[in-house]
Design a protein. Sequence first.
Lengths: 656, 261
Amino acid sequence: MAGGGSFDTFPKLLLRNATQFGTRPAFRHKDLGIWQTWTWARVAAIVRAYAAGLHRLGLQPGEKIAVVGSNRPKLYWTLMAAQALRAIPVPVYSDAVADELAFVLAHAEARFVAAQDQEQVDKILSVSDRVPHLQKIVYDETRGLDGYDDGRLIAIDDVIEDGRAALTADPALGGQMDEFVRQGDGSDIAVILYTSGTTGASKGVVLSTRGCIDAATDTTRFDRLADHDVVFAYLPLAWVGDHYLNYVQGLVAGFCTACPESSETIEQDRREIGPTFYFAPPRGFEAMLTRLMIRMEDAAPVKRRMFNYFLDVARRYGEQVLTGKPVPLRGRLLYALGRLLVYEPLKNVLGLSRVRVAYTAGEAIGPDLFAFYRSIGLNLKQLYGQTEAFLYVTCQPDGEIYPDTVGPAAPNVDIRIAESGEVQFRSPGMFMGYFKDPAKTAETMTSDGYVKTGDAGFFDEKTGHLKIIDRAKDVGWLADGTMIAPKYLENKLKFFPNIKEAITFGDSREFVCAMINIDPVAVANWAERNNIAYGSYQELAGHPLVYNMVAEDVARVNHSLVKEKALAGAQIRRFLILHKELDADDGELTRTQKVRRRFIAERYAPLLAALYDGSHEADISTEVTFEDGRKGTIAARIKIRDMHAAGSADPLGKAA
Amino acid sequence: MRAPDTNEILLQVEGVALAFGGVRALRDVSFNVRKGEIRAIIGPNGAGKTSMLNVINGFYHPDHGTITFKGRTRARMQPFEAARGGIGRTFQNVALFKGMSALDNIMAGRSLKVRRGLLWQMLRYGPALAEEIGHRHRVEEIIDFLEIESIRKVPVGRLPYGLQKRVELGRALAMEPDLLLLDEPMAGMNLEEKEDMSRFIIDVNSHYGTTIALIEHDMAVVMDLSDRVAVLDYGVKIADGTPDEVKKSQAVIEAYLGVAH
């Protein structure tokens, strides 16, 4: 199994792979309907010619080359060619609007840009007056660019061809190229990754070559990734996940990176390639499952019954089978039959048949969703990381998987919980600093060299695994000093199908309260099955039986908190069900459907007051925006339900 | 907008007249199409636009007048002869094989290029296989060009209208025509689909160098797209020239605004 070993730069690793795995596939890309393959030896030759071409165009060591586009072999080779010249690649999100692109290009002082196609070239040209350092734009797809009359433009193919010709004509150039690679050092900057910028302007995270390779050596060992593995590169090139999981791990382990034909063919291409290592954010796995369930609805009744029966079997025995725990003979036989009839065909349809290790990260994953994939035999695990760590902070080892933890510290990562509850770490891959922003760097680092994650968490006592509970700035404390993590509670509530949204309060208060939005589809469905008549969403939301149902869900959340010492005191004591759905048009949600807690607290101030003054109902009148833009008001009297604290005999205090 | 490469005339229509019983669909219409240009024929409903296209590709035979294509003049010709001669077309109402995949539909456009006999093709062996691979390669280039990779294997009957139109354009392109006739390529499309289609038409013209004659009644689209525009009204050509010239023509304004004749 390959690792970084004594190789401290990517060009050296590339040459190592060309010798060691010369005939093994390094990249695949579907082009004109056929999967094209490049071996490590061929890639090394192309990258050498490409680097020579870029050198002849004037790219100097230490200069930046931005890379804008989706997952294409030639763009990955641009990263390699730049690093072979000791220049610094700066991947940029291909869907960045012109302004963001201009900011990154100017901030990174990019002299070269590698663009995927005409769309990206047009975007770069439109902001080129704001990018003073820009000198050359190289592009992958020539379509539509033939007629452009701009001396700065040149096709990547032409650069490679020029480099190849020059290398043949001038042996001294080859020596010069070798010299660049020899000079390369682990302390060189490997790449600058700009964070996507959900919180303010994007920052350039500077990563060192040695750090990248060490981190990837650890994780490829951890998951036993080797040259026979295949990954499917479909997530943004500029995102740390793609750069780490595919590009860096690919070079370190020598495995093959497969690029889809286009963003619309990802599902088909994944099936054809059959990756062995796979990453998707929770919503990716959720979308896959939803599509599957919708198709099952249309299946013949016999098939549907079989599907449901064996999913039930999987729920009972799947996790034990996957982790190799003892399973009764009957369960073993049923599961084997289910694997033959349902699980394997299902994974085949999803293109997950050959997956040995799958990861998800980025947000909380619903326990049912997580359990579903694991029960059908997909080794899905969670990791926790961030760009500043060069991805991994924690990851779940095989056999120690819990849906609500993100695992113990990744190999060689040192984690501690600060007094404020914030997770802090030191890791081999940790960043060198933010590019041209020492103030921000200083803000993020502790004096003893740990990186502040901005997330609050704690180590689970039973398992010793890390639990991430919230963004640190959202964490609050009850009046008695108990820590509360609103988002953690809200996620727990939202995992129940009846609950669509939840907003919890409690900072500087005596106890925790929640406002809840029911899911109209799920609850309407339930009402229909139980012959419950209602005239409107408002009436349904206020129905006593609906309150009873939601109260059960809240009680279950409270019960689950008892087991978590740090949060046991933060149980929900009172809740109400809102009379209208939270809506981005009313400013209650962001456009990406995240609740705006502070805004809701202001807008529903009378309800919030009632939650804490002990009254059992409250009147509220709010302005709403209809779909056609007209405004109106909705008035309602809303009931408040008290909850008992689970576990301890803790009295309810004055709210009862 | 790209200027036509040369002033060479690819198609000359001279004094064409066509009547269906008492309806005189075309009256003494003359115009030409230069090699490499995008030529539009516009006009209000019932102006005789589709009749004109049908005359050009041999579907109708004109009562009077001649058609000269690539220097050869003829009065009567069958549609398959037109196709063999290098005239491809799409239809106002999509005319695809609904049950076949997008790929097979476009492959069907290659049928005139297939050299091996039916038996060879059925055997799919040796030279016939090599030939099919060659055709498939051309078709894949078109699929890539029109950005329809994701629907390659989907039966076209299940595709939305805008995509069906694109597949149809692909099939017409597969025969590598010298002259491509497009019958209302943007009919029934929303703004975004229209913009997409306009881009593909311009790309086809500049990338493959295909001469394009299109019929359309959306004035705005035509004016942006075309090098030259001919305007028909009640079977008579009332204007001909660059989009700017045509826009200023009093006859055109009257025809479109419905001023009494």
